[in-house]
Design a protein around this ligand. Structure first.
Ligand code: UDX
Length: 445
């Protein structure tokens, strides 16, 4: 009788980029690989914010910290994404090699596979050089990754850098730094063993297909990651270092179904002090109840945020201001009728999976493109025009969405979108199958 081949265990090392909007989806993936795939999972997190990482680690997953060598100045400048990401890649490379070597040495019986955020181009390359299969995770959408792929051509053709302040790259120096970073990211992904996308066939099938053709590597569209695994940690465990204010959920219980505006601009986006005032008066003028997340540093260049006293007086009882909300739970609440959002990709996916129509007020980066898709392609929300005065823009958008025929059509499409998401992640849906393919791919590595 032929001897039985003993199957070697798989250990996946996952490297999230230390931004909340990137950590969340990576940890949801960690939970899914562990709970559904039965894979051993170690999250490799930068030493900075390691305490937070430990607190939000999915059950059953291990944590290893990697020294990031960032100076206080570099940490304070984490909003300068190209500089921050480049410094991280440079500083973490040698320690990451040591961690990987230790994992390979310790676990002779085990096959090690790396899954890193696309921005971790240096660890992806190091894993490859050490003969370890390495997959990249794009936490934003497929269209955004196509922008990465097409960036050099857009530069060659003279479309970039653009001179308009409202588009992705505002000045030449940043443009050069950005182009350089994207070059390295794309090269890293092209040489990796596969690409995992936090999106789904139901909305981006064509873009996903084009990425497959362009990169010639296996592509796994497994999103929305936050909705994927029933075994993923509850939202509260996944929130960042801001303490969650859950009193808004009780307040929502007292409100009429579909009547409340939920206003939130994610974790990084900033607005001008004037825009804050305009937004406040736009909400006040709508005469609708609202929950507004006003987190510290929401206003550019300021640590704390002061809302006009008159506004607070006028909206008392009708408006609730919180520093940090349990967003996924708020969006699930039947009282919430509209989401006023910056269109961060996680927020957009959360809104779609809960069927809440959106008012898009993008602040920069991928949010501008996502807002275009939400308003003009998927038609599940309305955009506040970049040239509109915010106060009037918000009020017009609220009226459009919450009353009238156009609003009704958008609300209905968003309900259909919720069903599309649910089908994709349900048994036999495209994301469910892609996740199984990913698990099988790791198993066969
Ligand atoms: C950033 C970029 O802005 C975004 O465009 C990119 O796609 C990912 O990185 P961020 O600004 O944080 O992300 O926005 P978003 O992607 O929407 O993520 C915010 C996350 O924080 C969401 O998961 C949301 O549920 C959570 N959140 C936000 C809360 O839980 N509570 C809050 O009060 C606010």
């Amino acid at each position: 009788m032929a001897p039985l081949l003993r199957r070697r265990r798989r250990r996946v090392l996952l490297l999230p980029l230390p931004y909340h909007g990137h950590i969340n989806p990576m940890l949801r993936l960690a939970a899914a690989l562990h709970s559904r795939g039965g894979l051993a999972v170690t999250v490799v997190h930068t030493e900075t914010r390691a305490a937070e990482a430990r607190r939000i680690l999915p059950p059953g997953c291990a944590l290893v910290t990697v020294p990031d060598g960032l100076t206080p100045d570099q940490l304070a400048a984490s909003n300068d994404v190209p500089a921050f990401v480049t410094a991280l890649n440079r500083n973490c490379l040698a320690p990451f090699r040591d961690i990987l070597a230790a994992a390979l040495g310790e676990e002779e019986e085990c096959v090690v596979v790396v899954v890193a955020d696309v921005d971790w181009y240096a660890p992806l390359a190091a894993a490859r050089e050490m003969g370890v299969p390495a997959l990249a995770l794009m936490t934003s959408n497929a269209a955004r990754f196509r922008v990465y792929l097409g960036y050099p051509r857009l530069c060659e053709k003279g479309y970039l850098p653009v001179q308009d302040l409202h588009v992705m790259v505002p000045d030449t120096a940043r443009h050069v730094a950005y182009a350089d970073l994207l070059d390295r990211i794309v090269a890293g992904v092209r040489q990796s063993s596969g690409l995992i996308l936090n999106t789904f066939d139901g909305i981006e099938r064509a873009d996903i297909e084009l990425i497959r053709r362009d990169t010639c590597i296996p592509v796994f569209p497994v999103g929305p990651l936050h909705a994927l695994s029933p075994a993923a940690p509850a939202p509260a465990q996944l929130s960042s270092d801001h303490p969650e204010d859950r009193s808004c959920l009780e307040w929502l219980d007292t409100q009429v179904q579909g009547s409340v505006l939920f206003v939130s601009f994610g974790t990084l986006a900033t607005i001008d002090a004037d825009e804050l005032t305009e937004l406040a008066w736009g909400l006040a003028g709508s005469n609708r109840p609202f929950v507004w997340v006003v987190r510290p540093r929401l206003v550019r260049g300021r640590d704390s945020v002061d809302l006009p006293c008159e506004f607070l007086k006028e909206t008392r009882g009708r408006g609730m201001i919180v520093r940090w909300a349990p967003q996924e739970e708020v969006l699930s609440h039947p009282a919430v009728g509209v989401f006023v959002t910056h269109c961060g990709w996680n927020s957009t996916l959360e809104s779609m999976s809960k069927g809440v129509p959106m008012i898009c007020k993008p602040c920069g980066g991928d949010q501008l493109g996502t807002a275009r898709y939400v308003g003009d392609v998927w038609k599940v929300g309305v955009r506040v025009g970049v040239n509109d005065k915010l106060r009037e823009g918000i009020q017009v958008a609220i009226k459009t969405l919450m009353a009238g025929k156009e609003g009704e059509a958008i609300r209905n499409r968003m309900k259909e979108m919720r069903d599309v998401v649910s089908k994709c992640i349900g048994k036999g849906g495209s994301s469910d199958l892609a996740l199984q393919e990913l698990i099988d791919f790791i198993d066969l590595s």
